[in-house]
Design a protein around this ligand. Sequence first.
Ligand code: EPZ
Length: 422
Amino acid sequence: MEYLEIKGQKPLEGTVKISGAKNSALPNMAAVILTDEPVVLENVPYLLDMFTMKHLLEHIGVEINEESEGKFSFMFREVNSLEAPYELVSKMRASILVLGAMLTRFRYAKVALPGGCSIGTRPVDLHLSALEKMGARITVEHGYIIAHAPNGLKGAYIKFPKITVTGTENIIMAAVLAEGETVIENPAKEPEVVDLVHMLKKMGADIKGEGTEKIVIKGVKKLSGTSHSIIPDRIEAGTFAVISALSGGRIVIDNYPFEYLEFVHRTLEKIGVSVIPLGKRQALIKKEEKLKPISIETKEYPYFPTDLQAQFMTMLSTVEGLSVITENIFENRFMHVPELKRLGADIKIDGKKAYIRGVKKLSGAQVKATDLRASAAMVIAGLTAEGTTRIYDIYHLDRGYENIDIKLKSLGAEVHRGFEEQ
Ligand code: EPZ
């Protein structure tokens, strides 16, 4: 099986460029289903999830060409299938994002029910109940969501009892071609949701209130093509801010999305790490001699993102004193804790809370990546631990971080990919 081997405690320096956001590229790719005119997406990151979404769109009937690095053209003239098969959906839960677009345009969609993953059961009940409010008739049979809207979807008043990122994105895509007005109360405000809306508006959608407590969408008859550039990945940027803080702070981060990381920067300041703007989109990370323990609560945007929780826990595991992290979004997002303990961390879990008592240093060991962001935490641990760390199950890493080993090598890290017979 493939692994990543890292020799720890190498001083890193140089410039690293943040790639396009995975969680923006995925809904923006699904949105091409909404038009029969050409769409061009730029700054698409080369990640496993992108290729899974590409395969799914091609299966549905979208022609996709790579124009140049990170630039893809999409043309959806003829439906091949209105089914998102299990073998693709099981690889990537975000496949659910084609449901709203297929249903509103073709009045039918059959999408495999996404399974859970290591961080939680990941239900989609809020997606389905909102689509039913818009007139869809939905059954779940043999592991498939079967949705009909024989008279087309109708605008509706949707109040999400809980904030859901892809749920908000699915309903926005369903509403842009529905008949009448849709109001979404308590929507997700993540930058990736706002980026999807910006792209849909360029296609002719009538949407107001993105990024606020209420989004209002007036359905239109047809959407046109457009070209759109994917926003930088704030989670990759936050990950590299932690890496830089722990490795001597001589890394310049390029294409850095300051505006999406305000709360994360305030959290870093409390620990003793500052993010210094070098230019419009460049950041230098500086840390004080002695970092301070803190408490962190994950919450929906604009607060502290759950997708940076594992990375910050790794940083805090060598900060003297007691830090506390509360994971409020997912019910099982502490899978990286046992792996960090193999590296010498002193962490105790009690329900949603993890109590991290800083140790002098981590020491290299064999560990495994348990989910996408936990794998980044293992990389951070390996870079700072004494000795060598070998990370298994690194397909998780490749799902969310574009060429992270190549980026780290360019900064002077001793990282290499290896393969071990099963
Ligand atoms: C999106 O997942 C992201 N994925 C996740 O990023 C991210 O961790 C998550 O939002 C939270 O920010 C993409 O955007 C592709 P949710 P999503 O629906 O939309 C519950 C990564 O690392 N819920 O906002 O699936 C759910 O169980 C990935 O890139 C329901 O109960 O998350 C969770 O507890 C991991 N019913 C909470 O809401 C539903 O119908 C938030 O989930 C939907 C969600």
